[in-house]
Design a protein around this ligand. Sequence first.
Ligand code: NAD
Ligand code: LMR
Length: 337
Amino acid sequence: MMFARVARRTFTSSAVNPYKVTVLGACGGIGQPLSLLLKLNDKVTDLRLYDIKNAKGVATDISHIPTNSTVTGFSAEEADGLKNALKDTELVLIPAGVPRKPGMTRDDLFNINAGIVYDLATAAAENAPNAAVLVISNPVNSTVPIVAEVFKKKGVYNKKKLFGVTTLDSIRASRFISQVANTNPTQEHVSVVGGHSGITIIPLLSQTKYANTLSKEQRDALIHRIQFGGDEVVKAKNGGGSATLSMAQAGAKFANAVLSGFAGEKNVTQASYVDSPLYKSEGIEFFASPVTLGPDGVQEIHPIGDISAEESELLKECKETLKKNIDKGIKFADSKQ
Ligand code: NAD
Ligand code: LMR
């Protein structure tokens, strides 16, 4: 009797949220824990894992977890592996590419990762033109414009369905501010806007309840730590890569938000780097700010709100760098046939 009740409940929840999700680069430092977390998400019923190495092994391993989704591995060696991983999927996460080593900037990854993202975006545009694409591969400020250009070339670009994942900056901000204020990080929220690299990451501390209680030294240190949290991990891993586990949590959180929007849940708002009207008149095509997610992807892009004079200075510098990063991505995509 008890068993029948449990079984019925499990069936109902999966039937309500039957989403197909594909991870490209699923066997890397981010890809594996991200795929694990997606296997635990009951909105996902068909999880497809693609990588140039070991996708079948990782998929078989994860597939033994008793949640109500299928997990399939697709390798680059098999004919149509990438195509089949993408066919009619609804959400594509891209953590494929190389990570930083100490001394490198995210922009130093451009030469390798731009080509990887270009090729994967081409396959996504051809096989899953209606899917939401969540770009994790760095430099995000440039890889997102590359995906946009690829989809435009293929005639299937939908700006509501393209997202640069900046959630790691948001979760770091919650954690770091809670360490200064000695509070529960799960109850802390800091709006982080701009882009995803160094000075393009702008945490709006003036909008938090600590606006008037942090000293200038505390504020400057906190801003710096949020902007350069990635470097903290790269340095600590000492040549072994960059953030993977916290990024997997961030990626799974953002994917869940997009799926919640698809499912019609209300008031799902997360920061993301999107094709944004906010600073287009200044030539900045993409910008991260709070975005409300809905059944079609982006439902509303919120302005950044009131900011302090200090934050206005940060915004000015952010825009200069962002513009260059975006132009670099667009130029790269346009140079490819
Ligand atoms: P990793 O080297 O551990 O994993 C990358 C994976 O991508 C590997 O399994 C590799 O085989 C795979 N790959 C490479 N080329 C591929 C292709 N053409 N098709 C499919 N798979 C391919 O690296 P990682 O630590 O997982 O980091 C991945 C990327 O994510 C890096 O660019 C890193 O800078 C970025 N990153 C972004 C954020 C963010 O906040 N957006 C955070 C952390 C890392
Ligand atoms: C991060 O913020 O941790 C990632 O962008 C990876 C990196 O290179 O720092």
